[in-house]
Design a protein around this ligand. Structure first.
Ligand SMILES: Nc1nc2c(c(=O)[nH]1)N[C@H]1C(S)=C(S)[C@@H](COP(=O)(O)OP(=O)(O)OC[C@H]3O[C@@H](n4cnc5c(=O)[nH]c(N)nc54)[C@H](O)[C@@H]3O)O[C@H]1N2
Ligand SMILES: Nc1nc2c(c(=O)[nH]1)N[C@H]1C(S)=C(S)[C@@H](COP(=O)(O)OP(=O)(O)OC[C@H]3O[C@@H](n4cnc5c(=O)[nH]c(N)nc54)[C@H](O)[C@@H]3O)O[C@H]1N2
Ligand code: SF4
Ligand SMILES: [Mo]
Length: 711
């Protein structure tokens, strides 16, 4: 028996887990590591299933190549030779933009994919670059980019010290927190209440988080920007504005907020004007307060304005960069300092003219780019840990487009709804077969921490950084047999140069371990990987500290509260005030503690129990529409139609129906037996790919107009 201490890479909470392994390399137990400096023993059902994931017989362990429509196992060299043979001619004949990339959510949770994905993307040099960010948090990057100068500079709620938390469109008790790395959010939210503080939740559904909160307001979907603007309006009207130093643009915000009085937004939001006023004043008068918005505020038509207003409120109430307010973490890894402030729209998408943001185009337009002939048409696709065939809007249309590609490669651990369209699938090691450091998420942690996970179990499979370097070699025209060790040393040398650390200090290490050693050494705490290796439960680097103005990268060196790139979208929102709600139904999403987007449904412990893929309908709507609990309903939108069982519940607001995403595992050609037996229905069949948040290009996944009828 051996015991390993690993950081769970499945969601953003970064829990420390204790994994027990027997002599035959069988995972016999996974439990929370009570000594972990951050998570202190917390674990959720997904983390507890790391063993089930590792031992899943459907998890791929060898490359697959499609021959005459059937996947066959091949050697790694054969797989790379096939990619070189088929990808290079497409690049040579049609140019680099003919090859698109889609990187999915687990990329962010995997240091090999984070650190070496960019090497491959650079070698490929395509403008057809797509990620799950445009079905998620792009509006937050956009607003942070303009407010603070850097799209990665996102303030997080100081959960351990705040006394008033206003949550919009987030359900951290189920999601375990997002853009807010905080293991055991339930404990942390309870802590606020124990200190005598208050939690207010705005959500069209009475979620677990809403149930724990002191107050829940069932806002109409898609109206958060109106609601938040009304709070800003009240702060000015009632003389509660105290932004502090380092802030520009307060007067512009005052003028912009003028039309958005509580009375003006009440009909659209469904929240009383008097309530809005009270919520604003309680926020302003709280000793230390934080406003936090997530999926419900970003995946909607006014995602950028809503994300911006969240931080406008934090700033105007004096809670930006203040203990108990929202603060900027200082992670242990070196981070590049931007040489120039963030800007978007440096190029636009070919078919619909959507602006680039962070070098990405909206994944909602990927099907357009594949289907539409002409110069620059996408003919090949590389997916990296993504399942866009389930996770992106109008996924039936995208699936059909994937069929039309000349060539497709997927780096993925399953043969699923997306990868079945690939010509070559390259698997990667399980979380227990690779080392781990959370490169991305410690930059969003409510406490500064660092924790390294050594590789627990051996594998014959190449690490994914090796795979990415070989792909980079192919993309660069050097063929499938690039000298990986030399290439890696070159990449590390570049990191050494940028961090100002002597490469030889990381001698004896390769891959992500060497990169992380260099970045730790060049980072603000001067740590090294050896320090972390000596601390299996992590190193606590303390509570968050004020970081302004040093954290800012704007041209003015100040928080630019009214950037034109955002304020020019306000007239579009203003027009909403003149529209009366049309009484139609709006579809929103829903997450479950035992789910992780689309890809953990092949693990028996996580799909046990009753079918969770239901359409939740309020009793009033159910009786009006003739829907019965357990009966089948059709859900129809501009984009498509689906059928799913009805669950009648007063948890959803009247006029709102809710379905989880990531289901629909009954498609031909997949190899996920357990998931197929718990197939569910794909909610993105009805998500409309033409509905976007205009500035950021983020898809609208919450508040989709639908019709629901009994089947
Ligand atoms: N309607 C609706 N749609 C949504 C959402 C919603 O709320 N509602 N949520 C959106 C959000 S927030 C997100 S982030 C996206 C997620 O969208 P995606 O990232 O496209 O989808 P995932 O379900 O996360 O699929 C992850 C894929 O990575 C593979 N994988 C897992 N681990 C590894 C690994 O270690 N290496 C490799 N190479 N592959 C791996 C899995 O097998 C799976 O195929 O979905 C979005 N879609
Ligand atoms: N168990 C589990 N955990 C996960 C995931 C998972 O699939 N399962 N996915 C992970 C990922 S990739 C992400 S990005 C995070 C997401 O983390 P969260 O954002 O916390 O998760 P959601 O459950 O999508 O919460 C969004 C909430 O917004 C509400 N909502 C919908 N429309 C609106 C609206 O217009 N206004 C307001 N105010 N609220 C609205 C929904 O009812 C829902 O409760 O979760 C992560 N953690
Ligand atoms: S909350 Fe997230 S990080 Fe923690 S055990 Fe669950 S999946 Fe893993
Ligand atoms: Mo996400």
């Amino acid at each position: 028996m051996t015991t390993a201490h690993v950081t769970c890479p499945l969601c953003e909470a970064t829990c420390g887990l204790e994994v027990t392994i027997d002599e035959k390399s069988l995972v016999t137990r996974v439990r929370g590591d009570s000594e972990d400096v951050f998570s202190k023993g917390y674990i959720c059902p997904k983390g507890a299933s790391l063993g089930a994931l590792h031992h899943d017989p459907d998890r791929l362990t060898a490359p697959l190549v499609k021959r005459d429509g059937e996947f066959v196992e091949v050697t790694w060299d054969e797989a790379f030779a096939e990619i070189d043979r088929r990808l290079r001619p497409i690049i040579d004949e049609h140019g680099r933009n003919a090859v698109a990339v889609y990187a999915g959510n687990p990329t962010v949770h995997n240091s090999a994919l984070v650190l070496y994905g960019r090497v491959f993307f650079k070698a490929l040099g395509t403008r057809n670059f797509y990620t799950a960010t445009t079905v998620d948090q792009m509006p937050k990057h956009f607003s942070s980019g303009y407010l603070f100068g850097d799209p990665q500079t996102i303030p997080v709620a100081d959960l351990d010290r705040t006394e008033h938390l206003l949550i919009l469109g987030a359900n951290p008790l189920v999601s375990n927190g997002s853009l807010m790395t905080a293991p055991d959010t339930r404990g942390k939210l309870r802590g606020i209440q124990k200190r005598g503080g208050k939690i207010v939740v705005l959500d069209p559904r009475r979620t677990r988080t809403a149930q724990l909160a002191d107050e829940h307001h069932a806002i109409r979907p898609g109206t958060d920007a109106l609601f938040l603007f009304a709070l800003v309006n009240v702060l000015f009207a009632e003389n509660r504005v105290r932004p502090g130093e380092h802030v520009d643009g307060v007067d512009e915000v005052r003028a912009l907020a003028e039309p958005f009085t509580p009375e003006a937004v009440a009909p659209a939001t469904g929240i009383d004007a008097a309530e809005i006023r009270r919520i604003a004043l309680e926020l302003a008068d709280a000793e230390r307060a934080a406003v936090y918005g997530r999926m419900g505020t970003t995946t909607q038509a006014y995602g950028t304005i809503a994300s911006w207003l969240v931080d406008v409120l934090n700033t105007l109430t004096g809670n930006l960069d203040r203990e108990g307010g929202v603060m900027f973490p200082l992670p242990a890894l070196w981070r590049p300092r931007r040489s120039s402030p963030f800007t978007s729209g440096r190029w636009t998408s070919r078919v619909r003219g959507y602006p680039e943001v962070l070098g990405e185009l909206p994944v909602a337009t990927l099907a357009d780019e594949i289907e539409t002939p002409g110069e620059g048409q996408v003919r090949a696709l590389v997916t990296i840990s993504g399942n866009p065939a389930l996770s992106t809007p109008n996924s039936a249309r995208l699936s059909e487009a994937l069929r039309q590609l000349d060539f497709m490669v997927s780096l993925d651990v399953y043969l699923n709804e997306t990868t079945r369209h690939a010509d070559v699938i390259l698997p990667g090691p399980s979380p227990l077969e690779r080392p781990h450091y959370d490169v991305a998420l410690y930059a969003l942690a409510v406490r500064n921490v660092a924790n390294w996970t050594p590789q627990t179990l051996e594998t014959d499979m190449p690490q994914e950084w090796v795979t990415l370097l070989r792909l980079a070699g192919i993309a660069a025209g050097q063929g499938p047999d690039v000298d990986v060790a030399a290439f890696d040393t070159m990449v590390a040398g570049e990191t050494a140069r940028r961090t100002g650390v002597d490469l030889s200090l990381a001698e004896g290490r390769t891959g992500p371990a060497r990169m992380i050693d260099l970045m730790l050494r060049g980072g603000p705490y001067g740590l090294s990987l050896a320090d972390l290796e000596a601390a299996p439960h992590g190193i606590d680097l303390g509570a968050l500290k004020p970081r302004l103005p040093e954290a800012l990268a704007t041209a003015s060196g100040k928080v630019e509260l009214a950037p034109e790139a955002i304020t020019k979208d306000v007239p579009r929102l203003r027009a909403e005030l003149d529209k009366a709600p049309d009484g139609g139904l709006l579809l929103i999403g829903r997450r479950h503690l035992s789910s992780n987007n689309s890809w953990m449904h092949n693990l028996t412990p996580l799909v046990r129990g009753r079918n969770r893929c239901t359409v939740q309908v309020h009793p009033d709507d159910a009786s009006r529409l003739g829907l019965t609990d357990g009966g089948l309903a059709s859900v129809t939108s501009r984009a498509g139609k689906l059928e799913a069982p009805v669950e009648v519940t007063a948890d959803v607001r009247p006029g709102v129906v809710s379905m989880p995403h990531g289901w629909g595992h009954d498609l031909d050609g997949t190899r996920t037996k357990v998931a197929a037996a718990h197939a569910g229905v794909n909610s993105n069949l009805v998500a409309d790919e033409t509905l976007l948040d205009v500035p950021s290009g983020n898809a609208v996944l919450n508040g989709i107009p639908v019709e629901v009828a009994p089947v």
